[in-house]
Design a protein around this ligand. Structure first.
Ligand SMILES: NC(=O)c1ccc[n+]([C@@H]2O[C@H](COP(=O)([O-])OP(=O)(O)OC[C@H]3O[C@@H](n4cnc5c(N)ncnc54)[C@H](O)[C@@H]3O)[C@@H](O)[C@H]2O)c1
Length: 473
């Protein structure tokens, strides 16, 4: 039960370390053995329920971005196309990255100040009095320290996936968001992909009946990019793969199915078991590269994560979720996104996506289109086509950004709260714990402190809001 209990003194100490250490913790330093555990016997007390929380309306949303590599730079450009957004600051320790994205903003009317002097300059962005939202797209291990610092300085936070890499960090996010009453939204963009939104709306309308089981995944061959010297800053991703175990990136698969199953909002994860294969590829790749390039010798013999991880979660209501992780095998991209209920089923991958309500087969293309039309959620009807034009993984990234800003401007709860960020991210360290313990079951903490029983499901109806303009020019 240790994951459901906390030691507040330890937590306070860790928060201090998190702030002081932000920007200097090597991303590969928190290996399995170093993963902080929950200790002590103090039951969790919720300070304030952030689920369904509406912050005061913001007419303009003034944003400071931290991290403008592959992902952050695209986010800056997308946000410049959302009405009511002012891009006030951009921070990246690589000045060339910040400069490049500032150049891409030319003609947009946005003129952000750049913060590029060193690895701690991002704090100055969080400390400014004229910023409402900090948008974080840095290496994983910096996410929680940056998010906590930003909330402690009165800012809402949007943070890339995963929001945290240890259970302790998950608690820090929850604790800080509740105490400061600042939103901490993890940028789980897959919740905004078109088929995922469709199935969420279908679930709400009862198409699937009672949902019994769901599956998700992150199956994406990143082997070349991981070993590249310049794809990721300081090869942070390879260093994580070489030091951590389990499902390192569970949130793309989990987010959409958790929304469909009302996890944290009517049901909750109870426990999980996680199994990993050995690594058959990464060490071989390191050896091959090291034969001609000494740089790669540091990776040879490292405890690489197994190529395939499979984690199964059981919920309090007796439902199951399976989520997989494989970032090395040469196989087509898949997030699976299977929803299986008493009355119907949907499965996105392998593409094309399909829907069925019987054992005899999937609906025809024509029938699929009719269902798509019938169950298209309001957000797709309103900005789906515009989002496709702006782009970002086919439009889902823009749907997420637009919706988030629209909620902040209309004083609406965000679709993803700090409990979702903590829970979906926690499957990373919890799966690691199970893998390191012969796949024994691990309890999943209740980050909501019992409020999952009464928290309202994500609002797919868009009954309020929808007033924010999309600026295509
Ligand atoms: N949701 C998605 O679909 C999606 C897609 C890609 C990446 N991501 C996430 O986005 C994040 C960034 O990934 P990426 O591919 O852009 O990596 P990246 O290495 O290209 O970018 C990270 C940036 O952070 C900067 N940085 C590092 N330390 C810093 C510090 N102390 N202060 C300021 N800047 C600092 C680096 O210079 C770099 O430009 C990761 O968390 C990743 O998982 C999400």
């Amino acid at each position: 039960m240790e994951n459901n209990r906390r030691d507040f003194l330890k937590l306070a100490g860790m928060a201090g370390i998190g702030l002081a250490g932000a920007g200097i913790i090597p991303s590969y330093a928190l290996g399995a053995e170093g993963t902080p555990e929950q200790v002590g016997e103090t039951p969790r007390v919720q300070h304030f329920n952030m689920s369904g929380y509406s912050a005061p309306k913001l007419d303009k949303v003034r944003i400071g971005f931290i991290g403008t590599g592959n992902r952050g730079s695209a986010a800056v450009v997308r946000m410049s196309k959302v009405g009511g957004v002012e891009i006030k600051a951009i921070g990246d320790l690589r000045a060339e990255k910040a400069n490049a994205v500032k150049k891409r903003l030319e003609g947009s009317g946005q003129d952000p100040q750049l913060y590029t002097a060193n690895s701690e300059e991002w704090k100055k962005i969080c400390e400014r009095g004229d910023i409402d939202l900090i948008y974080i797209a840095t290496p994983w291990v910096l996410h929680t320290p940056m998010a906590v610092y930003a909330m402690n300085h009165g800012k809402h936070v949007c943070v890339e996936v995963p929001a945290a890499t240890t259970v302790e960090e998950c608690w820090q996010l929850v604790e800080t968001s509740e105490r400061t009453r600042k939103h901490c939204m993890m940028l789980e963009n897959c919740c905004y992909d078109f088929f995922e939104l469709l199935t969420l709306n279908m679930a709400r309308q009862g198409f699937f009946g009672e949902i019994i089981h769901a599956e998700g995944a992150y199956i994406h061959d990143l082997l070349e990019g991981d070993f590249s010297k310049d794809k990721y800053y300081d090869q942070w991703r390879l260093k994580m793969d070489a030091s951590r175990k389990g499902n390192l990136y569970p949130t793309h698969g989990l987010g959409p199915v958790c929304q469909v199953m009302d996890i944290n909002r009517g049901d909750k994860m109870d426990f999980l078991v996680s199994v990993s294969s050995n690594d058959f590829m990464m060490n071989e790749k390191a050896k091959m590269l090291a034969a001609t390039d000494d740089h790669y010798k540091q990776f040879v013999g490292k405890p690489f994560n197994g190529n395939m991880n499979t984690t199964t979660i059981r919920t309090n209501k007796g439902k199951t979720i399976m989520v997989q992780h494989d970032v090395t095998s040469p196989r087509p991209y898949s997030r699976i996104h299977l929803v299986s209920g008493t009355k119907g089923t949907a499965q996105k991958y392998p593409l094309p996506a399909r829907i069925s309500n019987s054992h005899t087969g999937w609906f025809s293309e024509e029938e699929f289109k009719a269902l798509e039309e019938k169950y298209a959620p309001p957000i797709i009807k309103k900005v789906g086509e515009l989002a496709k034009q702006v782009g970002g993984h086919g439009g889902m990234d823009f749907l997420m950004d637009w919706r988030t800003i629209d909620c902040l401007r209309n004083g609406l709860p965000l679709d993803q709260d700090v409990y979702d960020a903590a829970l979906w991210s926690s499957v990373f360290p919890l799966s690691e714990k199970s893998v390191n313990n012969r796949s024994n079951s691990v309890d999943v903490p209740d980050f909501t402190a019992g409020s999952w029983k009464t928290n309202k499901p994500v609002d797919i109806s868009m009954s309020k809001g929808g007033t924010t303009e999309v600026k295509l020019k």
